[in-house]
Design a protein around this ligand. Structure first.
Ligand code: C2E
Ligand code: CA
Ligand code: CA
Ligand code: CA
Length: 277
């Protein structure tokens, strides 16, 4: 038994070492990716649910890896978060997005851009100062940007999260509570959080098209948001029936494959030309 335990420990150790080495190589690969423009902004449109008018887009990161092809954020973000590289990654992304927002503004395109922040970003005490500095130099308009923060990220350290959110809000950014209704409920903090929007999680949208109970839940979330004066966006809208139901429930905006899947910036601009005369 002792021999087996020893063997287990050895295998475990080798596995950890390999994992560690793998993570290190991933971290350096991600650094290179940022430096060599392998990271791309993909955009997914959002529309007003009543008029169908395109009103904005969510920015979703993609990694165009020279060997592995297109890598999804779910594959590389956990590593970026654990290694702390996410802080650099988010700064890189925010600067790129603000540049795009400025370009659009100058071209007369009035669209709201949303970006995702992670818990590590909220715990980064220098992010607000960095953004303030960037805003001053670039003269980009922070009001064109909505920062999406998930409930579970807020709940990791609600006090710290709320104070970071307040600092970002003071700079002029809009804030949204992402994946609303999932995980640890941030309901108790909803009143204290400087958010102006909640994003109803895709799971609710899916359920709503399957049961009347699900529909009631969507109606309750929208009613709650309206009581608090919050804007609502539904994510993962895939069918016309879902759009119809959300619009009837009073949800302000929809986002999902029904409109379009996330696409590169140039493709998005071309798409917009066809969908928005
Ligand atoms: P999220 O913020 O909830 O983003 C929505 C995800 O749902 C996106 O996946 C999007 O492609 C996908 N989606 C959109 N419409 C539909 C639909 O109709 N049906 C289905 N089944 N899926 C839909 P994606 O791009 O793989 O991103 C996954 C997650 O990774 C995001 O979830 C977000 O939490 C995170 N993420 C993406 N980009 C960034 C980033 O730049 N920074 C940070 N911190 N997180 C990011
Ligand atoms: Ca999001
Ligand atoms: Ca979401
Ligand atoms: Ca999500």
């Amino acid at each position: 038994a002792a021999k087996r335990a020893n063997l287990t420990a050895q295998v475990y150790h080798q596995g950890m070492e390999r994992d560690h080495r793998f993570q290190l190589s991933l971290i350096s690969a991600l650094r290179t990716a940022m430096e060599q423009d392998q990271l791309q902004l993909f955009l997914q449109p959002k529309a007003h649910s009543r008029s169908g008018q395109i009103c904005g887009a969510e920015v979703l990161l993609r990694w165009q890896h020279p060997q592995h092809g297109l890598v999804s954020p779910q594959q590389f973000l956990p590593f970026a978060e654990r290694s702390g590289l996410i802080v650099e990654l988010t700064r890189w992304m925010l600067v790129a997005v603000l540049k795009l927002a400025k370009q659009w503004q100058e071209a007369g395109l009035n669209l709201q851009l949303s970006v995702n922040l992670s818990a590590a970003d909220l715990a980064d005490p220098s992010l607000p100062a960095y953004m303030a500095d960037f805003l001053m130099h670039s003269r980009a308009n922070p009001r064109l940007l909505t920062l999406e923060i998930t409930e579970s990220e807020v709940m990791r350290d609600p006090k710290l999260a709320v104070s970071s959110m307040q600092a970002l809000r003071t700079l002029g950014f809009k804030l949204a509570l992402d994946d609303f209704g999932t995980g640890n409920s941030a309901l108790a903090y909803l009143q204290d959080m400087p958010v102006s929007e909640i994003k109803i999680d895709r799971s609710f949208v899916t359920h709503a098209s399957q049961s009347s109970q699900g529909r009631v839940l969507i109606q309750a979330i929208v009613a709650l948001a309206q009581t608090l004066g919050l804007h609502t966006v539904a994510e993962g809208v895939e069918t016309a029936e879902q759009w119809q139901m959300l619009s009837a429930a009073g949800c302000d905006e929809i986002q999902g494959y029904l409109l379009a899947a996330p696409m590169p910036v140039a493709a998005f601009e071309a798409w917009l030309g066809k969908h928005q005369p």
